[in-house]
Design a protein around this ligand. Structure first.
Ligand code: IFM
Length: 473
């Protein structure tokens, strides 16, 4: 059923299955600040954001939302909104400032305190072990292009699991390895800012290997039955013209398949171009078996689909963008779609279809939407509130897509909105606001937005309300 059919027919709330968890997500470098406190080492994002010209407006995560000090306030906000789970990430350089070697007890103590603050409020802590803040020392020794980084990551994962294994509800090894490999090592838009095809393909493999090695370690350390998974950013690829199935298959293989296939099937895709796919000697015997070891759930980050077609990029055509690494191929925004403040298409059917695709590809594997949300031009209104109708609509449509998929039998167990707070949006700095809670970056004050109230309503009722007759503007 399409969104519009669905919208016109549904007059009752659409319930999620019993036990469905609605939560919110953040990541360490994007919210914590306290960059030089309590023994934290330097990460690649400290270096990158302090390099002139890399991040819009020269923004850095030095202070960010100051959540390192305000985590109790953040936990109180989650509780006020009635959210069941909080997905946060652990900063590797806080735990091992040099990547390997000395363990920084203050770092572990901090995350213990965060977890306690959540548990006191009956909020499930969901910890991501890597959300892009690689210790700079490890990058200097080869970063994700080097196999030794995967081994160092597994050691770090074991240390964190020893310390927090009995209190964290679920573990996510990696967040969006595709972005780390491609933006960090291929296009250079993200830290460490390299543009090297060979290193990017190696990074692709070593990020996944790090997941596989960490999985082995976590299984040995965590109490039996503790769920462990990985989060992938997935982008349904669609044709922007007729007769280009081969191109669509290739882009899908490179964008999604290079991550999804090794994890779900223990192989790299054949439809991708050879230089995009890791091979020998980077891929060694036994690696793919490790990467493919059973996971307890798959985390899905979904924001929008990707339309592609052949053609030269014309900068004057809004919504078009060249595809890095694909000369003669452009991403394309078909007319008729709304777009977010990032310029990303609003298409909840992409999420609905993606969830079905995953359920078909690995029947029975529990799925969580570990990120979904949108940037909008939010501001504090004269009434002291933040009214964000675009985000309310975006979340309403996407939660509806989730509820429909779950009602069809897709094993979707939860949804985390990205993000709890406005935060450091990587190369965009603080200019792009994704939070359901507004952060005034002059004093770090938090203001609950209308969208947070909407998410709270969904969490409280366990159902997605019918669509309004007219979306508020
Ligand atoms: O802010 C990011 C997050 O860190 C990873 N997923 C996408 C979000 C929005 O760009």
């Amino acid at each position: 059923m399409s969104t519009s059919d669905h919208a016109t027919r549904r007059t009752e709330p659409l319930p999620f299955p019993a036990g469905f968890r609605v939560g919110a997500a953040t990541a360490s470098y994007q919210i914590e600040g306290a960059a030089a406190e309590d023994g934290r080492g330097v990460s690649i994002w400290d270096t990158f954001s302090h390099t002139p010209g890399k991040v819009r407006g020269g923004d850095t995560g030095d202070v960010a939302c100051d959540s390192y000090h305000r985590y109790r306030d953040d936990a109180a906000l989650l509780a006020e909104l009635g959210l069941a789970s909080y997905r946060f990430s652990i900063s590797w350089p806080r735990i091992r400032p040099d990547g390997r070697g000395t363990v920084n007890q203050k770092g572990l103590d901090h995350y213990k305190a965060v977890v306690e603050a959540l548990l006191e409020r009956s909020i499930e802590p969901v910890a991501t072990l890597y959300h892009w803040d690689l210790p700079q020392v490890v990058e200097d020794e080869g970063g994700w292009a080097a196999r030794s980084t995967a081994e160092a990551f597994a050691e770090y994962a074991g240390i964190v699991a020893e310390a927090l294994g009995d209190v964290v509800g679920k573990w996510i090894t990696m967040n969006e390895p595709q972005v780390s490999a491609n933006h960090g090592y291929r296009t250079g838009e993200h830290a460490p800012g390299l543009r090297d095809e060979v290193k990017a393909a190696a990074a692709n493999h070593h990020l996944l290997l790090a997941h596989g090695l960490a999985l082995e370690v976590l299984r040995g350390v965590l109490p039996g039955g503790t769920p462990v998974g990985i989060t992938l950013d997935l982008h349904p690829v669609r044709p922007g013209a007729d007769g280009i199935e081969e191109l669509v298959a290739m882009v899908d293989a490179e964008q999604n398949g290079c991550y999804l296939e090794p994890v779900l099937h223990g192989r790299y895709p054949t439809a991708a171009r050879p230089h995009m796919v890791p091979g020998a000697p980077v891929v060694r015997d036994g690696d793919l078996e490790r990467i493919h070891a059973p996971i307890d759930f798959l985390g899905v980050n979904y924001y929008s689909p990707l339309y592609v077609r052949y053609g030269a990029w014309n900068a004057l055509v809004g919504g078009e963008a060249p595809r890095p690494g694909h000369p003669g191929v452009v991403s394309y925004a078909p007319p008729g779609f709304e777009r977010t403040a990032m310029g990303w298409l609003v298409d909840p059917e992409g999420l609905y279809e993606l969830l079905h695709r995953l359920a078909d590809e690995r029947p029975g594997l529990p799925l969580y939407v570990t990120e979904n949300g949108c940037a909008a031009e939010d501001y504090l209104a004269t009434d002291g509130q933040v009214h964000d109708p675009e985000r309310v609509k975006y979340l309403h449509l996407h939660l509806d897509a989730c509820a429909r998929a779950a009602a069809d039998g897709v094993p979707l167990h939860g949804y985390f909105v990205w993000s709890l707070l406005d935060n450091f949006e990587w190369a965009w700095g603080f200019q792009k606001r994704f939070g359901i809670v507004f952060v005034d970056f002059s004093d770090r004050r938090r203001v609950v937005k209308d969208s947070a109230r909407f998410v709270a309503q969904v969490a409280a009722t366990g159902a997605v309300p019918p669509f309004p007759e007219h979306w508020p503007r």
